[in-house]
Design a binder for this molecule. Structure first.
Ligand SMILES: CC(C)(COP(=O)(O)OP(=O)(O)OC[C@H]1O[C@@H](n2cnc3c(N)ncnc32)[C@H](O)[C@@H]1OP(=O)(O)O)[C@@H](O)C(=O)NCCC(=O)NCCS
Length: 171
């Protein structure tokens, strides 16, 4: 059975494999994989510090990251943004998630958002905004499966692709 956990050294090897897969398709490029491999504990501490309002980067809101684990293996990641700034209210939403490429189309997308909504509720988010690109069929299905109520499709500066915005009540 899969579950969400805080980033943890228990899953270091499969996290690094998953990171390699994400980076091969151009995602999570902000992470320096070699440095992370060499300083894993430091990386974990930085990840965990993002939830602390006093230690978030300028322009960022407090965020809590989780990893989806199944069969002792890292499957993907989910972030819960505890509040919305202007950018998140328009584009980013409260919850972001990604399933590592080799584990897609097995139901993990639906599951990670289902579990993530529970975490968001526990963290005190009353109503979650979840967004996706209009051409991201998988993510659209994941959101609608989890009860997302469509609000609108908005233009994104510099992109021909609209952003779909959905709300999910958590209270
Ligand atoms: C979007 C994403 C999370 C979906 O994860 P997943 O594990 O493949 O999702 P699931 O297996 O639960 O699939 C959910 C549904 O979408 C469909 N689906 C998934 N990927 C699809 C794709 N590329 N094209 C068409 N349908 C797709 C599945 O067949 C399933 O359909 P069903 O309900 O009719 O059975 C994953 O593709 C991903 O991480 N993409 C990159 C990051 C991303 O887009 N994150 C979301 C940001 S909004």
């Amino acid at each position: 059975m899969s579950f969400l956990t805080e980033p943890s050294s228990c899953y270091k090897e499969s996290f690094l494999e998953g990171l390699h897969e994400f980076q091969k398709e151009g995602r999570l490029l902000q992470y320096d994989a070699q440095r992370i491999a060499e300083n894993f504990e430091q990386f974990l501490q930085k990840e965990l510090a993002q939830r602390n309002p006093g230690r978030t980067m300028p322009g960022r809101v407090p965020q809590v990251d989780f990893w989806l684990i199944d069969n002792h293996e890292y499957i993907g990641l989910l972030s819960v943004r505890l509040v919305l700034n202007d950018f998140l209210l328009r584009i980013g939403g409260n919850i972001g998630y990604q399933i590592r490429p080799s584990r897609r189309r097995r139901g993990y997308g639906k599951e990670i958002l289902r579990l993530g909504l529970q975490k968001a509720r526990e963290l005190g988010v009353p109503r979650a905004l979840v967004t996706c690109d209009e051409n991201n069929i998988g993510s659209k299905k994941v959101i609608e499966y989890n009860g997302g109520k469509f609000e609108n499709a908005i233009d994104v500066v510099g992109s021909p692709v609209k952003k779909l915005r959905y709300w999910i009540d958590l209270c």
